[in-house]
Design a protein around this ligand. Structure first.
Ligand SMILES: Cc1cc2nc3c(=O)[nH]c(=O)nc-3n(C[C@H](O)[C@H](O)[C@H](O)COP(=O)(O)OP(=O)(O)OC[C@H]3O[C@@H](n4cnc5c(N)ncnc54)[C@H](O)[C@@H]3O)c2cc1C
Length: 465
């Protein structure tokens, strides 16, 4: 599809910019443009603030913190602390804590705070009538520019019996007043792994199935192998290389048929949870606006501009990395480029990716598979974290740091499994972003005893020319 020239821009528009979606991809851009003096409107059809603060990052991390606290209490005796009685999970109180963390993000006041800043808030489903006009609840609004940040919805795999039997998604899984005794999670990516961590720590008998060879299958193999070993140590049933081929009802329970290398096993559980991926929300009349899209998402160039030159897109709807920090970054780039001749380009060479299980998993830059695919010769510098002073004093000896560098020693990728990997990864993110050699890290003093000392040790194993 090409840009529709038969429509001309309105001489006088209702707004300079209309932003569709108030999530991580919409909100930042809307505030920036407003501060820049533009007349801005946001359109939101559901909860202000979108997925991350309401149903994604924040509630899951609040529950993961509770899980880690339970683990800490249960291991207190290792540190000479006597706990009288058994630590127990109080589910209504746990849900109240999760709700409090969501409340603290301030999204409940989202509409009001936009209005106080002078941004118009339009409630309802936005739909393009032509490249310059949106319809929201039957009313028409024109603008000179648009930013689409409509996010994604859950992908529901076409598994026979799944819809009829019923299942839950991550939103329902966050609302349990009492979790099921046995839970089957379909999908072994970051979301599936984080919910496995949460529920297995709280005593639920969890099965997790992943169709590819490993959990977190897009990362280097050591990561998936270690996550599987850690989960199995907690009693989780991990099914990799396994497809759910059928789901059926048995009274109040559900029978999940899992095909692992041609052998089908039937597993009876109380609930089935989907974590099998996301699909872009493109039901916006994009064909009326000349905006090209595919199943993956809205097509954008490096300036975050769609195939219609006055329409930009940011966040999960573009089908790239699905993280809040990436959606924020793209939103800033779109807002900067919309009215400016000085264009900023999106650069994805150093995007940190985290899975907040225990210990945390984090990676950045290229994986080994991507380096091979690009034909880049590389070297590996790796170390376990078990020998660190910090591992000794915290009784946490599982983990590693792995750095990938080219023949000159310039760092191109890295992965970490360690208790604070989500924080540690930024040292390597900085190195990759600024094309640093591993020797720069080797010759930097790292404090003792810290987890980051393992990064220095891995970097010291890279040959720099
Ligand atoms: C369980 C879970 C945990 C996660 N944890 C993390 C994490 O720890 N770290 C991290 O970086 N990322 C995490 N993510 C991913 C993160 O939540 C997303 O990448 C981020 O929220 C995407 O922002 P977005 O603005 O693109 O989309 P969204 O936040 O989904 O916002 C899109 C908004 O657009 C609205 N909308 C859609 N269509 C229309 C329309 N036609 N008209 C009007 N409004 C419309 C929707 O209602 C929605 O509010 C997690 C996701 C999940 C599900």
């Amino acid at each position: 599809m090409t840009y529709q020239t038969k429509h001309v821009p309105p001489k006088i528009a209702d707004f300079d910019v209309i932003v569709i979606g108030t999530g991580s991809g919409g909100g930042v851009g809307a505030h920036m443009l407003n501060k820049d003096g533009k007349k801005v409107a946001v359109v939101e059809q559901e909860t202000m603030g979108g997925e991350c603060p309401n149903y994604g990052c924040i509630p899951t991390k609040a529950l993961l913190q509770a899980a880690e606290t339970l683990d800490t209490i249960n291991s207190a005796e290792n540190f000479g602390i006597k706990v009288s009685g058994k630590a127990e999970v109080d589910y209504p109180a746990l849900k109240a804590w999760k709700d409090k963390a969501v409340w603290n993000t301030g999204t409940h006041a989202g509409e009001q705070s936009y209005k106080e800043d002078g941004v118009a808030v339009l409630r309802g489903h936005a739909h393009f009538i032509d490249p310059w006009t949106l319809s929201v609840k039957g009313k028409r609004y024109t603008a000179k520019r648009f930013l689409i940040a409509s996010g994604t919805s859950d992908f529901v795999p076409p598994i026979p019996g799944l819809k009829e039997t019923g299942y839950i998604g991550y939103r329902e899984a966050l609302e349990f007043e009492k979790p099921p005794k046995k839970l089957f999670i379909i999908g072994g990516g970051a979301i599936g792994c984080e919910f496995t961590e949460i529920f297995s720590t709280f005593g639920v008998d969890v099965h997790i199935a992943e169709a590819t060879e490993r959990l977190a299958g897009k990362e280097d193999p050591e990561i998936g192998d270690l996550i599987q070993a850690l989960f199995e140590r907690k009693g989780v049933h991990v099914h990799v290389d396994s497809k759910v081929v059928k789901v059926e009802k048995k009274g109040a329970q559900k029978i999940v048929h899992v095909d692992s290398n041609g052998k089908v096993t039937k597993i009876t559980v109380d609930e089935v949870m989907l974590a099998a991926g996301k699909i872009a929300n493109t039901d916006l009349g994009l064909e009326n606006a000349g905006v090209e899209f595919s199943r993956r998402g809205i097509k954008v160039n490096k300036e975050m501009q769609t195939t219609a030159e006055h329409i930009y897109a940011a966040g999960d709807v573009t089908g790239g990395y699905m993280f809040t920090h990436v959606a924020n970054y793209e939103s800033r780039i779109a807002a900067q480029n919309m009215f400016s001749t000085l264009k900023h380009h999106a650069d994805y060479s150093a995007v940190p990716r985290c899975i907040f299980i225990s210990p945390e998993v984090a990676s950045v830059g290229l994986t080994e598979a991507e380096l091979k695919e690009k034909g880049i010769e590389y070297q590996v510098g790796a170390t376990s974290t078990g020998w660190l002073g910090r591992a000794n004093t915290s009784q946490k000896d599982t983990g590693f740091v792995k750095i990938l560098a080219n023949k000159k020693g310039i760092i191109l990728g890295a992965s970490i499994v360690a208790p604070r990997a989500g924080e540690m990864i930024h040292e390597l993110t900085l190195a990759i972003q600024w094309k640093m050699k591993a020797s720069k890290i080797k010759y930097t003093i790292h404090a003792f005893p810290t987890w980051n000392q393992a990064i220095r040790s891995a970097a010291a194993k890279i040959d720099c020319k």
